[in-house]
Write a protein that binds this ligand. Structure first.
Ligand SMILES: [Ca+2]
Length: 337
C-alpha cells in the first residue's frame, strides 16, 4: 500500500499543479491556429499519456524557451482511446491551447503492447481527469504535424515520448517533412541495452520497432534519450511532496487512493521529462554522438544497438539527477504562482 500511496502522490502533485494553472489562465479554443511567438522554439509533442507524459507536457507548458504548437496522441501505455482522451484533458487543464489530434491505433506492424501495469488501465493511475474544454482537431496526428512543420519554416522541433508510429507515418506520407523539421528528440530505445520490456528493449522501441528504425534512418537531426539514462530519472514520493509543499495535497491524495490501480514501488521513473529537458535544460544530460539502429526481429524486437552503418544521431549517456530535480522544483513552483 505504501507504493500505491507514493505513486498517487506523484500523480496528485501534477494534478495539483494543473489545478493551479487552470485557475490562473483562461482556456483557449484548441482547434484554432496558434500564433508562433518567434522568440520561442516551436514544438510538437507526440505522446501516450501516461503519468510521465503528464509531467513532460506540464514542463513544456512552463518552459519560457518553448511554445507547444501541436500535440499528437498515439497508442502506447494504453490504447489510443485513453491516451487521446488523457492528452486532450491534460492539455486543456494546463492551458495548452494548441490543437490535439488522434494518431495511430496500432503500431506499423502487429498489435499494441500496452503498459497498463505501470500506468493503470486508464493510463493515469485511476486519477479522474477534468472534462476537456474542446474537441480533437479533425486532422490525424501526422497531418497536424505536417501542417505545423510547414507553418514553422524549418524551425519545428518534435518531442516524441510515445511509440514513434505517428512520426514514422508522417515521414512516410509527406516525404518533404524531413527537410522541414529542426529535429526530433525521442524518449525511446536504450543504446547500451538496458530494457524495461525485454532485458534489452525499451518500451516505446519494443512497441513499434519498425517506426523507431524509420525515424532513426529518416535523415532528420535525431536526439535519443534512452531508457539506460531515463531509468536514472527516479523521483521519490517524498521529494515531490517537498516540491509541492501545499496543504491541498492530502485531500487530492485521499481521493486518488480510492481509485489508483497498480504500482508497487515507492518511487516513479519520469522517463519522458528528459526529452523536454534535452531542449530546455541541456545541462541535465550528457550527450554523445554515434549511430543507432533499432532491431525488428522476433528475438531482438525493439533492441537498439550502436553501429557503424546507421545515420548519425545524438544520444544521452548520462543524467545529473540533482539538476533534473532542480528543474522539476522550478516547474512546480511556477504552477503555484
Ligand atoms: Ca510516454
Amino acid at each position: 500500500m505504501r507504493g500505491k500511496r507514493t505513486a498517487s502522490t506523484l500523480v496528485a502533485a501534477v494534478l495539483f499543479c494543473l489545478c493551479a494553472a487552470a485557475a490562473a489562465a483562461p482556456q483557449k479554443e484548441g482547434t484554432a491556429a496558434v500564433t508562433w511567438q518567434r522568440d520561442k522554439v516551436p514544438v510538437f509533442i507526440d505522446c501516450d499519456p501516461g503519468i510521465d507524459d503528464t509531467f513532460a507536457l506540464a514542463l513544456a507548458k512552463k518552459s519560457p524557451a518553448l511554445q507547444v504548437l501541436g500535440i499528437g496522441a498515439v497508442q502506447g501505455n494504453v490504447g489510443l482511446g485513453r491516451t487521446g482522451a488523457n492528452a486532450l484533458s491534460i492539455a486543456s487543464y494546463i492551458g495548452l491551447g494548441c490543437p490535439v489530434a488522434l494518431g495511430a491505433t496500432y503500431p506499423l506492424q502487429g498489435v499494441p503492447m500496452g503498459a497498463a501495469y505501470a500506468h493503470g488501465s486508464d493510463g493515469m493511475g485511476g486519477v479522474a481527469l477534468p472534462t476537456p474544454d474542446r474537441t480533437f482537431d479533425r486532422r490525424p496526428a501526422w497531418k497536424l504535424l505536417y501542417d505545423t512543420a510547414k507553418a514553422c519554416g524549418g524551425q519545428l522541433q518534435v518531442i516524441a515520448i510515445g511509440p514513434l508510429t505517428n512520426i514514422a507515418k508522417a515521414l512516410e506520407l509527406y516525404p518533404d517533412l524531413k527537410d522541414m523539421l529542426a529535429g526530433i528528440t525521442v524518449m525511446g530505445g536504450s543504446p547500451t541495452g538496458l530494457g524495461n520490456m525485454t532485458p534489452s528493449a525499451e518500451f516505446n522501441a519494443f512497441n513499434d520497432p519498425w517506426a523507431m528504425e524509420a525515424v532513426l534512418e529518416s535523415g532528420v537531426d535525431i536526439t535519443v534519450i534512452g531508457y539506460d539514462v531515463t531509468s536514472q530519472a527516479v523521483v521519490q514520493g517524498d521529494e515531490l511532496e517537498a516540491m509541492i509543499g501545499d496543504s491541498r495535497i492530502p485531500l487530492l491524495l485521499n481521493g486518488m487512493r480510492r481509485t489508483f490501480v497498480g504500482e508497487e514501488s515507492d518511487s516513479k521513473i519520469l522517463n519522458d521529462v528528459l526529452a523536454v529537458m534535452a531542449l530546455t535544460d541541456p545541462q541535465v544530460l550528457t550527450i554523445e554522438q554515434g549511430s543507432l539502429r533499432c532491431l525488428t526481429g522476433r528475438a531482438d524486437r525493439g533492441t537498439t544497438v550502436l553501429t557503424d552503418d546507421g545515420s548519425p544521431v545524438r544520444y544521452a549517456v548520462g543524467l545529473d539527477r540533482e539538476k533534473m530535480l532542480d528543474v522539476l522544483r522550478r516547474m512546480c513552483a511556477d504552477y503555484q504562482k
